[in-house]
Design a protein around this ligand. Structure first.
Ligand SMILES: Nc1ncnc2c1ncn2[C@@H]1O[C@H](COP(=O)(O)OP(=O)(O)OP(=O)(O)O)[C@@H](O)[C@H]1O
Length: 386
């Protein structure tokens, strides 16, 4: 029965013309295995990053067509974008060559403290944590938001800054529509959602600004912007980094006084190669690695409770072990996560008693433990350079 449905789904896909008018997605071999359970079909398409935007509506179209099949109530098509390392979707300088990750590289091996005065802290903000991924579409922003909410659920004052000017997603994920207001033209008042203070670089860059200018603008403006936003007192500020590990990301990691970095990856080999570059990048700028999160790790069929490893579960855990970096946890591929995220109602805030919220809170607790571990034992007074 399931095999028959899979064949019919593949038939549908063969008949649909992709947005680039090229060959169908089946003959291009960019469709993952198809999983069907409880009347729902799950699969992913893997496209080059430059095509991701064009393929997004196509995925929704596929979902609509597949859901028309008898025996399928709903379809979920994930889009994973193959981004060249360093690419953020816009032209930029030649990609940096991150040093190959040489294990073991435990956070204790990574310097927990950078030279005094190298990067002054942001007054009022205790820790700044970057959430990064080597490639797009792995669920970095979804993880960043739910991690922020997980930390908030643990009693911390948390803010989130969306530093992805090419494809800002935090406003969508938190259901924020308005633009942040300015206080007296000098400072910016952050938006608030689900108890988080939130700010998106994308909201501040004029939509008319050509993409080519956005990278340089964001690089020079990021630290300044963090200082000009009225964050108040925060225990943790989560920075949702742009995907990739090129010069833009490297500069950003250098400019922001980061307490640590969390890498999000799917278990696939390709995503792991990119994740490895992400790890190497943070090591290069001496930012402690707080650990790796494996997203879209597995799928639990709602009818049978059977577990399926769509993308070959466990890759990130193995990689973390190999590199001696903490493994922070795994998040299943779940319709509820996707739907709640895309509706601006993140699962940790809207279903706090559910299993997904628990998984994110667990990840948040591990991140917090790592932050505590890398905290300097006696804190020097903060020197603020105005
Ligand atoms: N665990 C999950 N289960 C189901 N869907 C997920 C999961 N994690 C993320 N998604 C969905 O995958 C899509 C991409 O997620 P998200 O925007 O967080 O990725 P990203 O890595 O930040 O992408 P980009 O780099 O393009 O900004 C979204 O539609 C999101 O809802």
């Amino acid at each position: 029965m399931a095999d028959d449905l899979k064949t019919r789904i593949l038939d549908i896909l063969r008949q649909m013309t992709p947005p680039d008018n090229g060959a169908d997605v089946v003959s291009r071999s960019i469709v993952s295995d198809i999983f069907i359970a409880d009347g729902k079909a799950f699969f992913s398409l893997s496209v080059p990053a430059a095509e991701a935007e064009r393929f997004e509506p196509f995925c929704r179209q596929i979902e609509t067509e597949v859901a028309k099949l008898e025996g399928i109530g709903k379809a979920m098509v994930a889009l994973t974008a193959e981004k060249a390392a360093g690419s953020s979707g816009a032209p930029q300088a030649a990609p940096s060559r991150p040093q190959p990750a040489r294990g073991p590289a435990s956070p204790s091996a990574a310097p927990a403290r950078r030279p005094a005065g190298a990067k002054p802290g942001i007054p009022g903000i205790d820790k700044i944590v970057a959430v990064a991924s080597g490639k797009g579409g792995v669920g970095k922003s979804t993880t960043a938001v739910n991690l922020a909410l997980g930390l908030s659920a643990l009693g911390l004052a948390v803010g989130i800054l969306d530093a992805d000017v090419y494809g800002p997603s935090i406003p969508r994920l938190l259901g924020l529509k308005e633009k942040p207001k300015s206080a007296g033209g000098r400072t910016i008042i952050p938006l608030e959602a689900f108890g988080l203070k939130a700010m998106s670089m994308g909201l501040m860059v004029d939509e008319e600004t050509p993409m080519i200018w956005r990278g340089p603008m964001v690089m020079s403006a990021l630290t300044q912007m963090m200082r000009e936003v009225e964050w108040g007192e925060l225990d943790v500020l989560i920075v949702d980094m742009p995907p990739g590990t090129g010069d833009a990301q490297l500069t950003m990691a250098q400019q922001v006084p980061l307490a640590g970095a969390v890498i999000v990856s799917t278990p696939q080999d390709l995503a792991l190669i990119d994740a490895r570059k992400g790890l190497a990048m943070f090591q290069k700028v001496e930012v402690p690695l707080l650990g790796i999160v494996e997203n879209m790790s597995y799928f639990i069929a709602p009818d049978t409770g059977n577990r399926y490893d769509i993308f070959g579960h466990g890759g990130a855990r193995d990689e973390a072990e190999r590199l001696g970096v903490p493994f922070l946890g795994e998040v299943p591929i779940e319709m509820a996560i996707r739907e709640s995220s895309d509706a601006g109602r993140p699962v940790v805030a809207t279903d706090p008693d559910g299993p997904h919220a628990a998984a994110y809170r667990d990840i948040a607790a591990k991140v917090l433990a790592q932050l505590e571990e890398s905290r300097p034992k006696s804190r020097a007074p903060t020197i603020v350079f105005e």
